[in-house]
Write a protein that binds this ligand. Structure first.
Ligand SMILES: NC(=O)c1ccc[n+]([C@@H]2O[C@H](COP(=O)([O-])OP(=O)(O)OC[C@H]3O[C@@H](n4cnc5c(N)ncnc54)[C@H](OP(=O)(O)O)[C@@H]3O)[C@@H](O)[C@H]2O)c1
Length: 306
């Protein structure tokens, strides 16, 4: 599989990443098989967070990584911190440092390739975050830094204090979650889609060379369910199947290729727990959708031009 240069940082990652938020339904052997299938399909990027299954996802991922037939150094491991489950977000210096130590221990690794701040904390003190990042970089515990669910001004606020260039912003994006695209297409109109919910983060990320990592690429709503082959979305699925035939691939790959077609080193973080499905998703990296096909999929998902 080809590689993308995440946020122009030199981290050369597969455009398809595997997110492990849901893996605790697997046992260690199954989790190892999932990682090995991903790696065999060309996926070298794995996304974690300290809060997934209260840390159990990181533990299971770490155990599977140890057992897997590839080396830790052959892949890129990312995790996210900053959410205190059910309580608050916390970007305090000591909180970040302790959270990273705890993650490294659960993951069973000496360093993560990238660390994201999971959701913007209104109490954030950028200078404090900067101190934490510097400590983490100097100790070799974290190679690169980024954010998740941030709007452009929140990125700017942090970036003016942090010496490292923020390389990625992980955002919800799928054929059924297209607010960032809708806003682009409806600029300066009077309809609902013209309302700017995210500060033009897609345009901003491209301008700054930050990679957009698309989370929940197959979900509609906020974890309401999977849209692939869901009878609720007949038009979209008819189009996905038509495109899968046209591009000699499968529907999961087409839905991921739709995201990858958005310019700017976009990456897809797929959350499948099924080892055969990650191989199917990986096929997206070889699909470059024709522009009209990209628009037609967007229309089939229930959208239109203004
Ligand atoms: N930054 C954030 O705030 C944030 C938020 C949420 C998630 N994330 C990251 O994004 C990753 C992906 O999120 P996600 O898991 O919600 O993404 P997803 O890939 O959209 O959803 C994965 C789920 O969809 C199912 N699925 C996919 N294709 C299917 C098909 N053709 N038929 C039936 N089921 C299908 C999978 O089932 P199988 O397991 O059976 O394939 C799995 O249960 C997470 O692991 C996490 O790393 C980040």
């Amino acid at each position: 599989m080809k590689r993308i240069n995440i946020g122009q940082s030199g981290l050369m990652a597969s455009p398809i990443g595997l997110g492990v938020m849901r893996i605790t339904k697997l046992n260690e052997e199954q989790a190892t098989a999932l990682l090995e299938s991903a790696y065999a399909s060309g996926v070298n990027f794995f996304d974690n967070a300290d809060i997934y299954a209260d840390g159990e996802s990181e533990k299971l991922f770490g155990a599977a990584l140890k057992k897997a037939s590839f080396n830790r150094s052959d892949v890129l491991v990312q995790t996210k911190v900053g959410i205190v489950p059910g309580k608050r977000y916390n970007f305090g210096k000591q909180y970040i440092l302790d959270a990273v130590d705890a993650s490294l221990q659960r993951l069973g690794v000496d360093y993560v390739d990238s660390l994201l701040l999971h959701r913007p904390d209104p109490l954030m003190e950028p200078d404090e975050v900067a101190e934490a990042f510097l400590t983490l970089q100097n100790s070799g515990k974290v190679r690169q830094f980024g954010v998740s669910n941030f709007n452009p001004m929140q990125v700017e606020l942090l970036q003016q204090a942090v010496p490292q260039r923020l390389i990625a912003n992980q955002l919800q994006l799928s054929l059924k979650h297209t607010g960032m695209i809708d806003f682009w297409l409806h600029t300066n109109m009077a309809d609902d889609h013209s309302i700017d919910h995210d500060g033009g983060v897609l345009e901003y990320s491209r301008l700054k060379g930050m990679t957009v990592q698309a989370w929940s690429p197959y979900q509609y709503g906020m974890f309401e369910g999977v849209f692939i082959d869901n009878p609720k979305f007949p038009k979209l699925n008819a189009k996905l199947h038509e495109m899968a035939d046209k591009y000699h691939t499968n529907v999961n790959a087409i839905a991921a290729a739709w995201i990858l077609r958005i310019p700017g080193n976009t990456q897809v973080i797929a959350g499948t727990t099924y080892k055969d499905r990650i191989a199917q998703v990986a096929e997206a990296a070889d699909v470059v959708l024709d522009g009209q096909d990209w628009y037609d999929l967007y229309f089939a998902a229930g959208n239109d031009l203004p």
